[in-house]
Design a binder for this molecule. Structure first.
Ligand SMILES: Nc1ncnc2c1ncn2[C@@H]1O[C@H](COP(=O)(O)OP(=O)(O)O)[C@@H](O)[C@H]1O
Ligand SMILES: [Mg+2]
Length: 237
C-alpha cells in the first residue's frame, strides 16, 4: 500500500514542558479518509496546524509523497484546511469567496469562472454566486467554505470540526450532505471532530486522541468492540 502522508514521531512541547503532541505516528494511503477523534484540548487542531504548516513541531517529521515537507511554507504544501468558524469574507459574495484562493494565485478571472462553477455544482450551490454570505444558512455557509477550500485543487483536505458551528438539530442532515460530497472526491481527507458518530460517518479509519497522544487507532468497529482501555470504552459511550 502506497502511503501519501506519513507522520513520524511528531512532538510539540509547551514552554513548561507539557506535551501538546506526544509521539504522533500516522500513515495515510492516497485517497483515504481519516477521522481524528478526541475530547476538547486533546491536540486535534494542533496536529492539523502542523500538517498545514501553520505551526512547527519540536521534533519528528511530516512526509508527503516520500519527501519531508517541514521546510515548505503553508502555500507551497498545497493543502486545503477548512476552519471551524469557516472564516468566510462577509463583505464578498459567494463567487468571490470561492475564487479567493485562485485570485491569490494570480489566476485571471476568465479561468476562475469554470472552476467556481464546478465547485458550485459539487457543493449543490448552483445559482448562489451573487448571494451575500449573511443571506446564507449555516449549512450553505459550510458548503461555500468547502468549495473555497477545494477550488485551488489541494493535495490534501483537512476539516476542523466542520459541523460544530451548526444548529444541533440540523447537524445529522448536514453530516450526510457533507459525507456525500466527500465521497464524490478522490482526495485524501482528514476530518477532525469530538463526536464519535461524526467520526465514524466521515472516516473509514479513526485515530482517537487524548492529551496529545494517539490512544487507539483502527476502524470504527475496532474502537467500539475492542477498546484498548477503560478511557476509550467510556469515551465511546
Ligand atoms: N502554540 C500553543 N501555545 C499554547 N498552547 C497551545 C499551543 N498549541 C496548542 N496548545 C494547547 O494544546 C492543547 C490542545 O489544543 P488543541 O489542539 O486546540 O485541542 P483540540 O483541537 O483537540 O480541542 C490545548 O491545551 C491548547 O491550549
Ligand atoms: Mg480544535
Amino acid at each position: 500500500m502506497e502511503h501519501e502522508l506519513i507522520i513520524q514521531s511528531l512532538n510539540k512541547i509547551s514552554a513548561e514542558g507539557a506535551y501538546f503532541l506526544n509521539n504522533i505516528n500516522l500513515a495515510l494511503p492516497r485517497g483515504s479518509r481519516l477521522s481524528v477523534l478526541g475530547p476538547s484540548g486533546s491536540g486535534k487542531t494542533t496536529l492539523l496546524r502542523m500538517i498545514a504548516g501553520l505551526d512547527a513541531p519540536d521534533s519528528g517529521d511530516i512526509r508527503f509523497n516520500g519527501a519531508s515537507i517541514l521546510n515548505l511554507p503553508p502555500h507551497k504544501r498545497n493543502f486545503g484546511m477548512m476552519f471551524q468558524d469557516y472564516a468566510l469574507f462577509p463583505h464578498l459574495n459567494v463567487f468571490a469567496n470561492i475564487a479567493f484562493g485562485l485570485k491569490m494565485k494570480g489566476m485571471p478571472k476568465q479561468e476562475q469562472i469554470p472552476i467556481v462553477e464546478q465547485m458550485l455544482a459539487l457543493t449543490n450551490l448552483e445559482g448562489f454566486e451573487n448571494r451575500k454570505i449573511d443571506e446564507l444558512s449555516g449549512g450553505e455557509r459550510q458548503r461555500v467554505a468547502l468549495a473555497r477550500t477545494l477550488a485551488p485543487g489541494p493535495r490534501l483536505l483537512m476539516l476542523d470540526e466542520p459541523l460544530s458551528a451548526l444548529d444541533r438539530v440540523l447537524r445529522k442532515h448536514l453530516l450526510d450532505q457533507l459525507t456525500q460530497i466527500l465521497s464524490r472526491l478522490h482526495i485524501t481527507t482528514i476530518f477532525v471532530t469530538h463526536d464519535h458518530e461524526e467520526a465514524f460517518a466521515a472516516g473509514s479509519q479513526i485515530i482517537l486522541m487524548n492529551r496529545g497522544c494517539i490512544v487507539q487507532s483502527g476502524t470504527p468497529k475496532d474502537l467500539t468492540q475492542h477498546p484498548v482501555n477503560d478511557w476509550v470504552r467510556q469515551f465511546m459511550g
